[in-house]
Design a protein around this ligand. Structure first.
Ligand SMILES: Nc1nc2c(c(=O)[nH]1)N[C@H]1C(S)=C(S)[C@@H](COP(=O)(O)O)O[C@H]1N2
Ligand SMILES: [Mo]
Length: 231
């Protein structure tokens, strides 16, 4: 595997549970069974039960790049290619003539992001339900997450529960502050955020790694303790 990391990134040996601090204490209600609500322009709203069933499975090894500059190398995911899911489950349901350009992804924890459909159709974008040969754990997105290695981690949405297929660019309130939310967030072009250059954001974001990872770990410990006493 290529040993060079993208600009501004450094190797992180851990793969921390991570995200925007306001989501640290939010957890999915359902971690085993996948249910996905689809809706959009030219698409009836529908609840798909076990949406990966019957689709070709793929395994993939890819690096994960968080916008705050940590990268974890060679993660072993498996699941279904987004492109296969789209071709099988979305395209045939669309009204004739619909021109989907943007997909809104929403997680059970209320987190949300958007990506151009074209980016999601790339061959390395997965709907992953497994990491390291095991079912996806809560830390990393159970029961289903997006894995989009060419984009910063904030586009790899965990605990996916809803997808909206839109014509044009929908008005979605960003989960983060607006300046942090790039419409594509491609790692190769260091599209860390909107308006401000990537190299500038790097320095600010780097300071957030330790406290954020610590907060997410503490929240996970507390959640695990409270769910085991409830059982
Ligand atoms: N649902 C949801 N997805 C999310 C986030 C989140 O807080 N909630 N955080 C994003 C960010 S900023 C990163 S870096 C990755 C972290 O993935 P990990 O927790 O598996 O390391 O998840 C992304 N997807
Ligand atoms: Mo991130």
């Amino acid at each position: 595997m290529n040993t060079e990391l993208p600009r501004g990134q450094s190797v992180c040996e851990d793969f921390p549970r991570f995200g925007l601090i306001q989501y640290a204490h939010r957890f999915p209600g359902e971690t085993e069974h996948v249910r996905l609500r689809i809706s959009g322009d030219g698409l009836d709203t529908e609840e798909l039960d076990d949406p990966l069933a019957g689709l070709p499975r793929v395994a993939q090894v890819s690096d994960f790049h968080c916008v705050t500059t940590w990268s974890h190398r060679a993660l072993r995911w498996s699941g279904v290619r987004f492109a296969d899911f789209y071709a099988h489950s979305i395209a045939p349901r669309l009204a004739p003539g619909s021109q989907v350009t943007t997909v809104v992804l929403r997680g059970q924890d209320g987190y949300r992001t958007t990506l151009p459909l074209e980016d999601l159709l790339a061959a390395d974008v997965l709907l992953a339900d497994s990491l390291d040969g095991k079912p996806l754990c809560i830390e990393h997105g159970a029961p289903l997450r997006v894995v989009a290695p060419a984009h910063y981690g904030y586009k790899s949405l965990k605990h996916v529960s809803r997808m909206e297929f839109c014509e044009g660019v929908p008005k979605v309130r960003p989960a983060a502050l607006a300046f942090m939310d790039h419409s594509r967030a491609r790692v190769e072009f260091e599209e860390r955020g909107r308006w401000l250059p990537g190299w500038l954001l790097r320095h600010v974001y780097r300071l957030m790694i330790r406290p954020t990872a610590a907060l997410f770990a503490r929240a996970m410990t507390r959640h695990a303790a409270s769910s085991s006493t409830r059982r």
